[in-house]
Design a protein. Structure first.
Length: 115
């Protein structure tokens, strides 16, 4: 259970003199995951801030973080490489744009190759 007096959640909040005041934190609501046919995924390559290494980014996923992580795990397993899923995009190590577009299309996603 979450501590009701969690001071870290209230950093930067002005003090209230009302004894009945209850601090409410903003709850983020995750969007429902769209079916694969309605997803518009872009598969692009990125070299920025990665010490010269190439990674393939899958951007445009709309849905819950758990579903994004499951899709990332499937893609990493099929490609036999490492990667991660965070901030609404999947990062796969190496230049695998063509393979990922083919995999996503066979899974029913609307994927196209970027740059």
């Amino acid at each position: 259970m979450k501590n009701e007096n969690d001071w870290k959640q209230r950093l930067g909040v002005v003090y209230s003199t009302n004894p009945d005041y209850q601090y409410q934190t903003a709850q983020t609501v995750e969007e429902d995951t769209l079916p694969p046919a309605k997803q518009r995924l872009i598969v692009a390559i990125d070299r920025r801030q990665r010490a010269g290494k190439q990674v393939t980014l899958v951007k445009g996923f709309v849905g819950k973080q758990d579903d994004l992580a499951a899709l990332a795990k499937t893609l990493k397993t099929k490609c036999g490489v490492g990667g991660t899923a965070k901030d609404g995009e999947i990062t796969i190590q190496g230049d695998l744009r063509d393979k990922l577009v083919a995999l996503l299309t066979s899974m029913g996603y609307n994927a196209k190759r970027g740059n």
